[in-house]
Design a protein around this ligand. Structure first.
Ligand code: AMP
Length: 143
């Protein structure tokens, strides 16, 4: 059975939809639970206008606080909360490998058409992961 579950969260309200399933899988398996959120760097053009480092620092700080709150809610210790900076898909996959995770849980918008061609995060995780992946369908109005 699964020993280490990684919940990839974009820290949006949609997270609540996935939380029940995360808790259920954790209860069912007795696995260790880790959380990961990836902060995406701001696009290059904003450098010219804004104090980019300050803004990024603030984004990271806000994400850290939100993840801490989620960690408290789920009873996940700080050392199992990962804040990464960069592209979500590659960082989630890296954290999963480094943490010897055997199940990644993420949300899925069930996109189709052009969005699917561009590739959603869930899609990328599903295709790139070396372990099992549980994608939880998010409500349609979130598209
Ligand atoms: P998306 O494909 O961007 O709509 O996201 C689908 C799912 O991927 C979300 O419900 C999260 O589980 C995960 N995800 C997306 N962005 C991030 C992020 N920045 N950090 C961690 N997980 C993410």
């Amino acid at each position: 059975m699964y020993k280490h579950i990684l919940f990839a969260t974009d820290l949006s309200e949609e997270t609540d939809t996935v939380l029940d399933k995360v808790q259920m899988m954790r209860g069912y398996t007795g696995a260790k639970l880790s959380l990961v959120h990836v902060v995406e760097p701001l696009p290059g053009y904003s450098y010219a206008y804004l104090g980019i480092e300050d803004i990024e620092e603030q984004l990271i700080e806000e994400a850290r606080e939100a993840l801490l709150k989620l960690g408290e809610k789920l009873n996940v210790p700080r050392e199992q909360q990962w804040i990464e900076i960069g592209q979500p898909k590659s960082n989630i996959l890296r954290v999963a490998e480094e943490g010897k995770v055997d199940l990644i849980i993420c949300g899925s918008h069930g996109r189709h058409g052009l969005s699917l061609l561009l590739g959603s995060t869930a899609n990328a995780i599903l295709h790139g992961a070396k372990c099992d992946v549980l994608t939880v369908r998010l409500p349609e109005n979130g598209i």
